[in-house]
Write a protein that binds this ligand. Sequence first.
Ligand code: ATP
Ligand code: MG
Length: 245
Amino acid sequence: ESEIPADHPRYTDLVTRHRIERGVEKGITHLQGMHAEGRGSAFDYLLGEETTPSADDAERAAAAHLLLADRPVLSINGNVAALVPAEMVALADAVDADLEVNLFNRTPERIDAIASHLRKHGAEDVKGIEADALIPGLEHERAKVDADGIYAADVVLVPLEDGDRAEALEAMGKTEIVIDLNPLSRSPRVADVPIVDNIVRAVPNITAHARELADADEATLEAIVTNFDAQAALEAAEARIRSGF
Ligand code: ATP
Ligand code: MG
């Protein structure tokens, strides 16, 4: 990262790409994570590489959901761990949520590498290691979660999640918050709160909203949640991509 000049017009994109490469080298990110990153980068380019007003609304609704939740869980995969480890720990602190490592390509080595990477960035308890429960309707390896983590959660934040797994979590009746730069991908389309924004901007902004709403009463939070329109958020993102900015 130090080699990239901070005034480069596409600084964030270059830093992001570099972090994914380092993640692969460290064994926390799967090679396929680089392809996911490339797709995300293309959509971010078309969105103007900034948080749109509609994405900001979604991030505020996400904060309200997380604050209202009884058992909120933030799901961490290899790209999330490489891009925003400290930011996910800060969000977990701000909304009193658990962090759970949840991998599409699950290996014990990668689970351990991600868990210790998160601990290095300040996480205390990291779930997803026992993986003693299964999400119904998914193939065994893809279904593994913690019984007292994602399985029991009422609100889950699943950034950059695979479409099948996003659908299966939704079918379990969870309130699902998805961060994904592609508004046409299945994962944001099944989410209660689709956040079409780069995770490097989205997570700190959810945390900022959560801190600002920390003392809000339940009625205020409920109103934010009720007034959020998932379909409108997806349409706003798609319109921005198609029409330019
Ligand atoms: P499908 O339509 O089957 O879901 P996909 O292209 O979405 O295919 P996935 O591997 O499921 O493939 O998802 C990766 C998703 O993560 C992509 O939609 C991509 O836009 C998104 N993504 C990648 N990097 C980021 C990022 N930094 N922030 C937010 N979203 C990202
Ligand atoms: Mg997808």
